[in-house]
Design a protein around this ligand. Structure first.
Ligand SMILES: NC(=O)c1ccc[n+]([C@@H]2O[C@H](COP(=O)([O-])OP(=O)(O)OC[C@H]3O[C@@H](n4cnc5c(N)ncnc54)[C@H](OP(=O)(O)O)[C@@H]3O)[C@@H](O)[C@H]2O)c1
Length: 251
C-alpha cells in the first residue's frame, strides 16, 4: 500500500502533450486527477482511458476556475497549461501578449492563490509548475513574451517557497527543453510540418519523460522537496553566443 499522502491532483493543459501524460502517470499512481483544458472531446477521451475527472474550461475563465477550486480539495496542483508564439517582439500582436501573459503567467498565479489556503489549512500540498528553459536562457528564435512569462513562472516558484516556509507544502519547478508535443504544430499552424521541422530529425524528449519527472517529485518522501528540475534531451545543449558583424544587416 502506498504511503504517499496525496489523494487528489488538478492538472491544467491536460488535453494533450505533457499535461495528458501527467494525468496518465498520476492516475496510475492512484491519485484522483482533475483534468483542465478547453478541448472537451479530448478530455472526455482521456477520462475514459484514465478515470480522470474532466473539466472543459479555460484557465483564463476566472469564475470557472474559482467554482472548480471551491468544489474539490486539491492536494497537488500542476500548472502546465501553456501557449507560445513565433517571431520576435516587433512581430508580436497585442492579442499575443495578452494570451501568453493570461495563460502562462496570470492563470498560474490565480490558481495558486486559490488553491493554497486549503493546502495551508490541511498542512499538506504540492505545487508543480512547468516552466521552460526559455525562462532561464535567452536564445535566438525564441519569442520574447514566452521567455518573459516562463521567467515569471521560475520567479514565482522561488518566492512561493518563502511564502510557505514552515508548512508541509512543496513547490517544484520542472523546466523542460524540447519535448515532442503539439506545441510547435500549434505555433506554426501545421502539425505535419512541425513534425518534419522540429522532431523527425531530432531525438527529443517524450511527454512521458516529463510526466515521470513530475511523478518523481510528487511521490518523493514528504521530507524531500525536489525544488527544481531542468530536463533536456541528451542531444540538446543550451549555449551559444551571437555576435553580429559590423557589416550585418539590422534585424
Ligand atoms: N514541448 C516543449 O518542447 C516544451 C518545452 C518547455 C516547456 N513546455 C511547456 O509545457 C507545457 C505543456 O505544453 P506541451 O508541450 O504539452 O504542448 P501542447 O501539447 O500544445 O499542450 C498545451 C496544453 O495547454 C492547454 N491550454 C492552452 N491554452 C489553455 C487555456 N487557455 N486553458 C486551459 N488549457 C489551455 C491545451 O489544451 P486546450 O487547447 O484543450 O485548452 C493543451 O492541453 C506548456 O506550459 C509549455 O510551455 C513545453
Amino acid at each position: 500500500m502506498s504511503n504517499q499522502p496525496y489523494r487528489t491532483a488538478l492538472v491544467t493543459g491536460a488535453s494533450s502533450g505533457i499535461g495528458a501524460a501527467i494525468v496518465r502517470r498520476l492516475s496510475e499512481a492512484g491519485i484522483e486527477v482533475h483534468a483542465v483544458a478547453r478541448d472537451a472531446k479530448r478530455l472526455a477521451q482521456l477520462a475514459e482511458e484514465t478515470g480522470c475527472i474532466a473539466h472543459a474550461l479555460s484557465v483564463s475563465d476566472q469564475a470557472g476556475i474559482e467554482a472548480l477550486v471551491k468544489s474539490v480539495e486539491i492536494d497537488v496542483l500542476i500548472n502546465n497549461a501553456g501557449q507560445s508564439r513565433t517571431g520576435n517582439i516587433t512581430r508580436t500582436t497585442v492579442e499575443d501578449i495578452d494570451a501568453l501573459v493570461d495563460v502562462n503567467l496570470r492563470a498560474v498565479l490565480q490558481l495558486t492563490r486559490l488553491v493554497l489556503p486549503g493546502m495551508i489549512a490541511r498542512d499538506r500540498g504540492h505545487v508543480v509548475n512547468i516552466s521552460s528553459i526559455a525562462g532561464h536562457y535567452a536564445f535566438a528564435g525564441g519569442n520574447t513574451v514566452y521567455h518573459a512569462t516562463k521567467a515569471g513562472v521560475h520567479s514565482l516558484s522561488q518566492q512561493l517557497r518563502c511564502d510557505l516556509f514552515g508548512k508541509h507544502i512543496r513547490v517544484t519547478e520542472v523546466s523542460p527543453a524540447r519535448v515532442e508535443t503539439e506545441v510547435f504544430g500549434r505555433l506554426i499552424g501545421d502539425m505535419a510540418e512541425a513534425k518534419k521541422r522540429f522532431f523527425d530529425e531530432y531525438e527529443s524528449l517524450l511527454p512521458e519523460d516529463i510526466a515521470n519527472s513530475v511523478a518523481f517529485a510528487v511521490l518523493a518522501p514528504q521530507r524531500m522537496n525536489v525544488s527544481f528540475m531542468e530536463v533536456l534531451p541528451t542531444m540538446q545543449v543550451v549555449g551559444g553566443l551571437n555576435f553580429a558583424k559590423k557589416t550585418a544587416e539590422a534585424v
